[in-house]
Each structure stands twice: as structure tokens, then as C-alpha cells.
Design a protein around this ligand. Structure first.
Ligand code: AHM
Ligand code: MG
Length: 348
């Protein structure tokens, strides 16, 4: 492509910053402070992206030798991503509390005697990190709440709000390109990072997810320990029925954020159910399930525990887990029906 043409094309796109500023003042919470918070998140995302793109050249593969609060081996990149987000949010001054998958306690940024920051950010700095070493897409997931009215000091309690109270949520996938997708409750928009100018450009405006898709994503290696209803549902998805578009295809990356992103754009159902080993599922409510549930609903999809809406769960722990059925509306409903028809969660 001619350099001039390339420049012209880039100029035709809106940057994330321009988009955020345009939105400012058009809905509740769309204040300058909120815009600055989103900017801080996007800056951290660019830095994590920079680390990711150099992985393999500089020595950031492998684990830190530490076990994180989830009992999982912490990867060096997990820690790097955590640090970049904490640093950007601390420096930005709009955030009063951070909850991170990589830190057992909530991290207060604001104290009673300072007036800085009214936003709570909960995040999984690097989701799917066990995939990093093999060049498979990973991502960051974030959820934003406001410090409740009248609360002066940000503590863990102030962060334990149900997902319906989120005022923003998003994710970044560091994949074949780097994309940031977010919602503030006014639809879902996606921005692709243009590495030549270092800006996120609006590439996926107003994302709507298909009502029904041709893919399901679940770790079928755990099949034996799934509930009877889910086993039946999986068998049903595998049956031949041309009219109804079955069998469906299986697609499972093992990075929730990347599986979710694909299904959001193409239509599909992602499942991480309760299993014998993980009776509450594996995924974390506050910084994995809730933010993606907010995005799924805003894009016209749905997110369920299998029998109730994820966004309505009242949390009691920062790192609590939940079963997840998320994606295209009709597919989540069908999954719920299969589970409801088999009241028992006993195994077949
Ligand atoms: P992580 O946040 O520590 O990376 O763990 C969550 C990941 C999800 O990204 C992914 O969907 C899931 O764990 C895969 O789990 P499994 O290997 O049990 O299928
Ligand atoms: Mg994760």
C-alpha cells in the first residue's frame, strides 16, 4: 500500500481518546474523570502489549516461582501486567481501589484524608496466561465501579457490588492484533491498536452479537464431571440437524477472553460449568465473569450461572468463583433449559 494512502486510511478512523471525549457528558458517569480513567487503562494496555510483543526476545516467559491467591502458578507476564495496570491507575489518580487476580487483598489507592479518585477497578491483568509461551492469544479483563455514595474510604466492602452496578467494563485481547473492547452501558465498541501510531482506533463500532451461533466452547476433558443437563446439552449440540444448524463446531482456546471475543463477533456459547473438582466453576466473578457479562448483555447476548443472571449475584469475596454460560442469547437460554430439565446436579 502507498504510504500516502495508508496515512489517509488511518486518518479516517476515530481514536479511542476522541471517542471517549465525544461520549463525555452524554450519559451518567461520562465525566472528565471517567474519561481519564479509561485513558489510564488504555495506557497500561499499550505497555502490556509492548511487553507481550517482545516476549521470547527478552526473558519474560516462565513462572515467578510464586503461587497466586488462586493456587495457580504465577507467570512472569502475569506479574508484569499486574504491575503495569497498578502503576498506570495509581499515577492517573482517578482510581481509589484496585482488585486484581494477582493480589490476594484489594489494593487501596485513596485514603480517608485524600480526595483523589472515585473509581474502583477490578481486573484480571492477564487472562489465559498459561497460553503465553505458545503464542496463543491472552488478554486483560477489567470492571469499573463507582465508590458508593457517602463512602469516604475505599475498602474491599465498597468493591463488593453486584455486576449490575458496573459503570464500565472491557477487555483487551493481545492476539493477531491487539483490540480493546469496552462498554459503559451504551453499547459495545472495539478499538484496534495501530502499532505504527500507537493509538487504539475505532475498528468495531456498536458490536452486536448474533442471537445464535455455530460454535460452543467448553473444556470437554471435564465431561465426566459435568451435570446431567449439560451432558445432554452437549450431546444435543453434536447431533445432526441440518435445519437447526447442528452439529455445532467446538472451539476452545483456553483463554476465556479470547474465546469470548471470537464468540461475541461470530456468535457462540462459552461454558465453564461447575465440575466435581470446582463445584463453583473456575472463573472469577468480579473480574472475569461480571465484566464480560456486562459486555455480552450490551451486545445483545446473555450471561448466566446456568440458572440465574450473573450480573445479579451479590458478591461476598473478591476472588469468588461462578459457573459461566455466556454468549449468544438463544444459546444461553437453551443451555438454561437443558439444566432446568435436569433439576439434579448429580452426575449421570
Ligand atoms: P487464568 O485467569 O489464571 O488464566 O485462568 C482462567 C482461564 C481462562 O482464561 C480459561 O478459559 C480457563 O482458565 C481454562 O481453564 P481449563 O484449562 O480448566 O479449561
Ligand atoms: Mg483469568
Amino acid at each position: 500500500m502507498q504510504p500516502d494512502l495508508l496515512r489517509e486510511e488511518i486518518g479516517a478512523f476515530k481514536t479511542l481518546e476522541q471517542f471517549i471525549i465525544e461520549q463525555q457528558g452524554t450519559f451518567d458517569h461520562s465525566s472528565g474523570a471517567f474519561s481519564r480513567l479509561l485513558r489510564d487503562i488504555s495506557v497500561a494496555a499499550k505497555l502490556v502489549n509492548w511487553h507481550m510483543r517482545r516476549a521470547g526476545i527478552v526473558d519474560v516467559f516462565g513462572n515467578t516461582g510464586e503461587i497466586n491467591v488462586q493456587g495457580e502458578v504465577q507467570q512472569i507476564m502475569d506479574l508484569l501486567a499486574h504491575k503495569e495496570f497498578v502503576r498506570a491507575l495509581r499515577r492517573g489518580g482517578e482510581c481509589c481501589l484496585i482488585g486484581s487476580e494477582e493480589h490476594s487483598e484489594a489494593i487501596p489507592i485513596r485514603t480517608a484524608d485524600s480526595s483523589e479518585g472515585k473509581y474502583i477497578v477490578l481486573l484480571d491483568p492477564l487472562d489465559g496466561s498459561s497460553n503465553i509461551e505458545v503464542n496463543v492469544s491472552v488478554g486483560t479483563i477489567f470492571s469499573i465501579y463507582q465508590l458508593p455514595e457517602g463512602v469516604k474510604e475505599a475498602t474491599l466492602e465498597s468493591a463488593l457490588q453486584p455486576g449490575i452496578k458496573q459503570i464500565g467494563a472491557g477487555y483487551i485481547v493481545y492476539g493477531s492484533s491487539t483490540i480493546l473492547v469496552y462498554t459503559t452501558g451504551q453499547g459495545v465498541n472495539g478499538f484496534t491498536l495501530d502499532p505504527s501510531i500507537g493509538e487504539f482506533l475505532l475498528s468495531h463500532p456498536n458490536i452486536r452479537t448474533p442471537k445464535k451461533g455455530g460454535m460452543y466452547s467448553v473444556n470437554e476433558g471435564n465431561y465426566e464431571s459435568f451435570a446431567r443437563g449439560l451432558k445432554k446439552h452437549i450431546k444435543w449440540m453434536q447431533q445432526e440437524n441440518e435445519e437447526e444448524g447442528r452439529p455445532l463446531s467446538t472451539r476452545y482456546i483456553g483463554s476465556f477472553v479470547a474465546d469470548f471475543h471470537r464468540n461475541l463477533l461470530k456468535g457462540g456459547l462459552y461454558i465453564y460449568p461447575a465440575t466435581q473438582k470446582s463445584p463453583n466453576g473456575k472463573l472469577r466473578l468480579m473480574y472475569e465473569a461480571n465484566p464480560l457479562a456486562f459486555i455480552a448483555e450490551q451486545a445483545g447476548g446473555a450471561a448466566s450461572t446456568g440458572n440465574s443472571r450473573i450480573l445479579e449475584i451479590v458478591p461476598d469475596k473478591l476472588h469468588q468463583r461462578t459457573p459461566v454460560y455466556i454468549g449468544s442469547l438463544d444459546m444461553v437460554r437453551t443451555a438454561q433449559q437443558f439444566l432446568a430439565n435436569e433439576h439434579s446436579v448429580d452426575n449421570a
